[in-house]
Design a protein. Sequence first.
Length: 241
Amino acid sequence: MAWSTREIAELTGTTLRAVRHYHDVGLLAEPERRANGYKQYGVAHLVRVLRIKRLTDLGFSLSQIAEMGDADDHPEEALRTLDAELAATIERLQRIRRELAAIMTQPLPTDLPPELASAARADISAADRSFTVVLSRVLGPRGMQAYSELLGSLERTSADAEFDGLSTDADEATRADLARRMAEEVRGMWQRHPDAADLGTDAPGGARFAGETMGKALRDLYNDAQIDVVQRVHALLNEAP
């Protein structure tokens, strides 16, 4: 019994392109050809293609199938490896579904990680949200937890609104007054959330890298007057009480 390429594809429930690809990557031996040049596949080819299809349906890649060879045995190690990979994929997909459920029911911003999304106020400025996204990439677990708790407890104040709307040509008196009021608010926040005073303690890249990244984000996201106010707030906070 001999079959053409099209017939072998139909018998195995695959495609002409797939069969030809198996030849190209060395998974399927080339069959003999008829006098007219057409390939003629035998039972061994049929069985091999069915095995390849079965293994790919289970989730094995073609490279993994190639490593198994032609033996029709029980590849226990490969099966265990695949099972572990599938378990990790299922865990990741379940986590994504939990995040999607939270986003759809609350609703939550999609650009923030779940640790911060539920704590972020809906009325924060675009710059503040972008800054929060940057923080989520450089803070460690403790820093993220502290920042999340801080965000969840914040109430928008008049100083917040003034800072968001501060024009780059704001005068000295305006900047100084705003910095003084914001520094007082930050001191109060640190008293209620002492861990938030040093968010970079367990940053994966180190506290210095986290600080440099936050500094770059500030320079890119806020105007000159806002940056000046932030620097003034920092100076006031570092003054002896």
